[in-house]
Design a protein. Structure first.
Length: 367
């Protein structure tokens, strides 16, 4: 049987730096756990624009459709801020999500004990936090038509459309309920049913799907209240299901609870392929961080944890994913810190590569 295939799209800014550490981890699993992957690499975002004039070529798109999983670093940067909207780096990422039909975006927010002091919230509010946001990723206002900027009565008008079909809401809801069944069987659905018809439909459909998951305790919350509750008492949540735009915002909010945006992985999953694996792309929640790119300061943990999610969700290697997560927990407990994790007491931060070194050493020690 051939090895499972991975397409690495490191992208822009700190993307390539953090991805270099993931490549070392992939090599480790080949050498020490006899888990081999066929790895190919390509360009996305500004890096693709620089070479090809588009943020994702058709060839790269086709490759992404064929592999077992895509690993993405980050896209964007100030050099591309003034590009035409249609070729901005972000369009490459959105095209991947849309054309691979990756409708279920899993964004876990977990607070590692060693980092509870780094949260902007009080330690007892975040210690032990473990929540999962399931964000609908292929529809809503990100893709709805009509959209654009046009002239009406001599005035420019900007339009975006929040549009959801019941089928789109339903398939994401099923992913969220399934996730809740594997966790603490609590699901909170967030929308704005008080002001948006799409929110009313959202609430109705999620309630209908609930009939198939009677063991799950379902609650509904307006998304603005959800944002407040996330910073007031985040541990009340287990799984949150929300739309594309609210999910974007709420997941950044949840990320900060854990101490640093440099810690959070994500998985974007679609329907099963012929081999039974879901279409999948894994990426850190953080962006390209142009302010620190090229300086070996970036924290590679979010990207490495994204690979752990790939092991779990694409390759059925839950135990190996846990091994990798435990190695990271261990190095953090031992005091390993990149710059983003330095407390007021200071100290000398590890470089991106040094963080990779200590994680690899912890993996060796786990054998
Ligand atoms: C995210 C990012 C993206 C989004 C951008 C880069 C297009 O913020 O993955 O959260 O808005 O979805
Ligand atoms: Mg975002």
């Amino acid at each position: 049987m051939s090895n499972p295939s991975l397409l690495i799209l490191a992208g822009d800014g700190i993307g390539p730096e953090v991805m270099d550490q993931v490549k070392r981890i992939i090599t480790w699993f080949g050498d020490k756990r006899d888990m081999h992957f066929d790895v190919s690499e390509d360009l996305v975002g500004g890096a693709a624009y620089d070479k090809h004039g588009v943020p994702l070529t058709d060839e790269t798109m086709a490759k992404a459709q064929e592999v077992d999983a895509v690993l993405l670093g980050a896209v964007g940067g100030p050099a591309y801020d003034n590009l035409d909207f249609s070729v901005k780096p972000e369009r490459g990422l959105l095209r991947l999500r849309k054309e691979m039909d990756l409708f279920a975006n899993l964004r876990p927010a977990q607070c590692f004990d060693a980092l509870a002091d780094f949260s902007s919230l009080k330690k007892d509010i975040v210690a032990g936090l473990d929540i999962m946001i399931v964000r609908e990723l292929t529809s809503g206002v990100y893709f709805g038509e009509p959209r654009g900027i046009h002239i009406e009565n001599n005035m420019r008008v900007g339009i975006n459309t929040q549009r959801y079909t019941e089928a789109e809401i339903e398939r994401g809801a099923r992913a969220a309920f399934e996730m809740a069944m594997k966790r603490n069987k609590k699901l909170c659905s967030m929308e704005k049913a008080n002001v948006m018809e799409s929110g009313i439909l959202w609430r109705d459909v999620v309630t209908e799907v609930h009939a198939d998951y009677p063991e799950v305790e379902l609650t509904h919350m307006y998304a603005d209240n959800g944002a407040m509750q996330l910073v007031r008492a985040p541990k009340q949540f287990d799984v949150i299901y929300t739309d594309n735009l609210f999910g974007d915002i709420l997941s950044d909010c949840a990320a900060m609870l854990t101490g640093s945006l440099g810690m959070l992985p994500s998985a974007s999953l679609g329907s099963p392929m012929a081999n039974g694996r879901p279409k999948a792309m894994y990426e850190p929640v953080h962006g390209s961080a142009p302010d620190i790119s090229g300086q070996s300061k970036a924290n590679p943990i979010a990207c490495i944890l994204s690979f752990a999610m790939a092991l779990r969700y694409s390759f059925d290697q839950g135990e190996e994913a846990t091994r990798l997560e435990k190695a990271i927990e261990k190095v953090l407990a031992d005091g390993a810190r990149t710059g983003d994790l330095m407390g007021p007491e200071g100290g000398v931060p590890l470089t991106t590569g040094q963080m990779g070194d200590v994680i690899l050493a912890a993996l060796d020690a786990s054998l």
